[in-house]
Design a protein around this ligand. Structure first.
Ligand code: ZN
Length: 280
């Protein structure tokens, strides 16, 4: 097999109208410390008008929310990530509740189950997940779900806690048609990340073709999971243009239409307006 050199296309050459959204970014990550303002400028230049930044725990939130003080197009989501279940206990849950009550945080997340990494025992994750779900319901906050190699348990928890029909976004969808059908049946939204562009993920692509227009969002999960042709490099919101082109092709939709539709879905789900500073 030959190793063809990948041409790293500049995302600016694929710029779209200024109404796109990255529904799941970690721009507070230290991977962006050297050039965060350039990353935000590139996102705007390719047509991203909304970015949802997920803070992984209340400590990170209080330390880093100020990074976005001048960026009204960056919305905040906060939760305690399942992999951090051992690091954070009652104090963190109290801090989470306080932040959700006092700060303009649009959803509780990412929360859920991760059986891929050995960081946190399953019982601890399950207990934390249940607590965070209760908190979300009591504060009427939408939830953003992280589920890795734990689909059966995650669905059992959500369905048994009565979250069918609750405003819920299944982040980083990588499943097949049967998982998509189950999520859609529960009334939930599905966010698609960059790996949709990887050749091996054909089951995921056929699932994405079946998602109704009003349930589909696009995300980076940056700095991870860069789409082709930037696979293996640091991901950033501007790269959603590659993901959008791939999804549009799978769904046989015009990319501009998909871009606006997924951007509008993201803003509707999180209760956001277009950036008031945006010219569009
Ligand atoms: Zn994430």
């Amino acid at each position: 097999m030959g190793h063809k050199k990948v041409e790293r296309i500049d995302p600016l050459t694929l710029a779209l109208p200024a109404c796109g959204a990255d529904s799941h970014a970690h721009l507070d990550d230290e991977a962006f410390d050297a050039d965060r303002s350039d990353v935000l400028a590139r996102a705007e230049a390719v047509g991203i008008s909304t970015i949802v930044n997920i803070f992984l725990n209340p400590l990170e939130f209080s330390a880093k929310k100020g990074l976005f003080a001048a960026h009204s197009n960056v919305a905040w989501v906060l939760g305690i990530h399942p992999c951090d279940g051992l690091r954070f206990g009652e104090d963190a849950l109290e801090a989470l509740e306080k932040a959700l009550r006092e700060e303009p945080i649009v959803a509780l997340g990412e929360i859920g189950l991760d059986y891929h990494w050995p960081d946190c025992p399953r019982e601890v994750q399950l207990a934390l997940f249940a607590r965070e779900l209760e908190l979300a319901r009591s504060l009427h906050k939408p939830v953003v779900i992280h589920c890795r190699e734990a689909e059966a348990d995650c669905l059992t928890v959500l369905e048994s806690h009565g979250f069918a029909g609750y405003p819920l976004l299944w982040h980083c969808f990588g499943g097949d048609q049967s998982l998509a059908r189950r999520l859609l049946h529960n009334g939930w939204m599905i966010s698609v990340p960059g790996p949709v562009t990887y050749p091996a993920n054909s089951a995921m692509r056929s699932a994405i073709a079946t998602i109704p227009d009003d349930r589909l969002l696009i995300e980076t999960d940056c700095p991870y999971l860069a789409p082709h042709p930037w696979r293996g490099k640091r991901n950033e919101p501007a790269f959603t243009v590659f993901t959008a082109h791939a999804i549009a092709e799978i769904r046989q939709q015009q990319v501009e239409q998909l871009w606006k539709m997924t951007g509008d879905n993201c803003r509707r789900f999180f209760g956001l307006k277009r950036d008031p500073l945006s010219s569009v």
